[in-house]
Design a binder for this molecule. Structure first.
Ligand code: F0G
Length: 457
């Protein structure tokens, strides 16, 4: 087979500022070893996130000029609404400024004390919004999704048996909604099969619990289904996405991912009463229902991005570029979550650095070293992001200690990725000399964004 090329030409470029290792040593110290506190101009290859970091197309930029900035009833809203409705089949579409605003609205309405929210795996903002409402979030990812080295096609699947047990234990009346996150970001960007979405829906129907998709990366998930699930090879990504959405009662979406824009999101649902409550809350927190925290031009760019993301050549290139990075790291001996995910490669820091226990944050050591070696910014998804303390102040760690290398959409070329691979191999060769970290400052919620660290000698 011929090389899968980037299915675009580059019309506008942004220079990368080169830095030396000495300079980066200072920047890292000044940032208290937290990648979120490093100035972006001091980063050479930014793999912190694939969220809001995409390169927009010429058509999206044209849409920005076309945006209708009317306060109410803007043409851009109707274009956005039409495209979301056609894709999701949902009746009520409410724009929000990003994904977590949609989550905040949803859980403010259905959450609260005594409520339980199941998910395959909650993303950090989703969990934070569930808990902020007073409700509790529980994760039910399938067993194979908990083992990085296990190769399976749909490691993001919901464990339906465990979910049913949970519903019976907590009582269906206390579970206002169940979520499935596609792809499963916190579990390695792993996809969920159509069969699993369908069967989850069937179970929930029995108990009258609505199903919402956290649909940030719905197109990547759809393409994995096309490649891996029987019966879907000849369907278009759009048809597959439409079938995925057909099993849902609602959607929360961060458009910063698979709508290939820099800002935006939405919540959509079929329940009219819920939609009315959501709109009322939206007016207080985000804006009037036909713009919801966004400009008309943002809605145009989202509408255009939702069409472009379903292009087969784009999705083939997208999944292949992540797989290329994952395969090269695996060949070099670096343990990653297998198979590589849709938007990111996740290094298994627990396995890579057995000398650093979870309470000394092995993932943070990898993040710091990749920055020092090559100015590469990555993020820890492990005890820093999800660690909690028990009543005695002892750290309770999540099952995995990961480092995510997230690939922004349409931003980097293969030579950038080759450079990342070289730096990762250098980090691997250093691995025995890496040391852990202690935390010197942390916020009560979402601590990873602002925490300060100190290296342990
Ligand atoms: N759900 C999932 C699965 C996500 O990955 C994110 C964001 C959100 C919800 C929230 O969306 O950022 O627009 O408010 N994930 C980003 C990331 C931040 O880096 O993975 P948001």
């Amino acid at each position: 087979m011929k090389t899968i090329i980037e299915p675009f030409k580059i019309k506008s470029v942004e220079p990368i500022r080169f830095t030396t290792r000495e300079e980066r040593t200072v920047y890292l110290q000044q940032a208290h070893y937290n990648p979120f506190l490093i100035s972006a101009e001091n980063v050479m290859i930014d793999l912190l996130t694939d969220s809001g970091t995409a390169a927009m197309s010429a058509k999206q930029w044209a849409g920005i000029m076309e945006g209708d900035e009317s306060y109410a009833g803007a043409r851009s809203f109707y274009r956005f609404e039409k495209i979301v409705k056609e894709l999701t089949g949902l009746n009520y579409v409410i724009p929000t400024h990003q994904g977590r605003a949609a989550e905040k609205i949803l859980f403010s309405i259905v959450g609260g004390k005594g409520k339980y929210i199941p998910n395959n795996t909650h993303f950090d903002t989703t969990r934070a919004n569930v808990e902020f409402s007073g409700a509790e979030g529980y994760d039910f990812v399938t067993e194979e999704g908990k083992h990085p080295e296990v190769i399976a096609p749909f490691k993001g699947n919901m464990n339906i048996e465990a979910l049913e047990k949970f519903i019976l234990e907590k009582g269906k009346e206390n579970i206002p909604v169940c979520l499935i996150t596609v792809t499963n970001n916190s579990g390695g960007g792993q996809p969920v099969s159509m069969k699993n979405i369908r069967e989850t829906k069937m179970l929930l129907k029995k108990y009258n619990i609505p199903l919402f998709l956290d649909a940030c990366r719905f197109a990547e998930n759809a393409y994995f289904i096309k490649l891996r699930e029987e019966g879907y090879a000849d369907k278009s990504p759009k048809e597959i996405a439409q079938e995925m959405f057909s099993y849902c009662d609602g959607v929360t979406m961060s458009a910063k991912k698979d709508a290939i824009v820099n800002m935006g999101g939405f919540i959509a649902m079929n329940n009219e009463e819920l939609a009315t409550q959501a709109r009322n809350l939206l007016i207080i927190t985000e804006g009037f229902p036909t713009y919801g925290g966004l400009a008309g031009r943002d809605l145009e760019a989202i509408a255009q991005g939702l069409e472009e993301v379903l292009d087969e050549h784009y999705l083939q290139y997208r999944l292949r570029s992540v797989e290329y990075l994952g395969n090269k790291l695996t060949e070099a001996g670096i343990p990653i979550i297998l198979p590589p995910g849709g938007h990111a490669v996740y290094i298994d820091a627990k396995k890579l650095l057995p000398q650093i226990p979870p309470h000394q944050y092995p993932g943070q050591a990898v993040v710091a070293d990749l920055y020092l070696i090559g100015g590469i910014r990555s993020v820890e998804i492990g005890s820093v992001m999800f660690g909690k303390y028990d009543a005695h102040g002892k750290l309770i760690s999540p099952e995995m200690e990961l480092v995510r290398l997230a690939i922004p959409r349409r931003v980097y070329t293969q030579s950038h990725i080759d450079y990342v691979i070289e730096c990762a191999i250098e980090m691997y060769d250093n691995r025995k000399s890496l040391r852990g970290f202690s935390i010197t400052y942390e916020a009560p919620q979402l601590r990873h964004f602002t925490a300060k660290f100190k290296p342990i000698d």
